[in-house]
Design a protein around this ligand. Structure first.
Ligand code: PNS
Length: 160
């Protein structure tokens, strides 16, 4: 039984994230989407909002759950009994950061491996930051985020 963790900030979840979650769910017995509760960063959405948005968009996937975590990712993996971290790679620009993260995680927890999935080409440019920027300037978001997230984004931007 292979339990994988797909960690991230998910501020908010994009169709690129969802693509990685769906593919991971086909590959592993169980997938836990770990949402980082990072007090140092100032996210647009609260941790609870990010978790709820994710829970809504993965509700069709029986072997996927969503949980917030704080502290080190490898500690979360250990607590959950997972030896696999999944990360999506968009372009070469992601590689340096992701490699550094995977290698440092392995140094601290050699039993935990990172598996990289190449993002589908239609999402290779997509990030939560781009989505937030587009939302602020009224760009149509259907191609970037799930429908339920569009509504939440509009409300949030209006509150700003
Ligand atoms: O969606 P993101 O912001 O690219 O995700 C980054 C994340 C959450 C995977 C990374 O920041 C992380 O694992 N943070 C937890 C703290 C930690 O374990 N740090 C050491 C490895 S860099």
């Amino acid at each position: 039984m292979i339990k994988a963790i797909y960690p991230g900030s998910f501020d908010p979840v994009t169709l690129g994230h969802l693509d990685i979650i769906e593919r991971s769910a086909r590959m592993f017995d169980q997938v836990i989407v770990g949402v980082l509760n990072n007090t140092a960063k100032k996210p647009l959405f609260s941790i609870d909002e990010r978790v709820i948005m994710l829970q809504n968009v993965v509700s069709h996937l029986e072997n996927v759950t969503v949980e917030a975590f704080g502290g080190l990712l490898v500690d979360f993996a250990r607590i959950k009994g997972s030896n696999v971290i999944v990360r999506g790679l968009r372009a070469l620009t992601d590689f340096d950061v992701e490699m550094q993260m995977a290698q440092s995680n392995r140094l601290v927890a050699p039993e935990v491996d990172t598996v990289f999935l190449s993002t589908s080409t239609e999402y290779s440019f997509l990030s939560s930051s781009v989505v937030k920027e587009y939302a602020r300037y009224g760009v149509t978001l259907e191609e970037f985020v799930p429908g339920s997230v569009i509504e939440r984004l509009k409300e949030k931007i209006a509150e700003e």
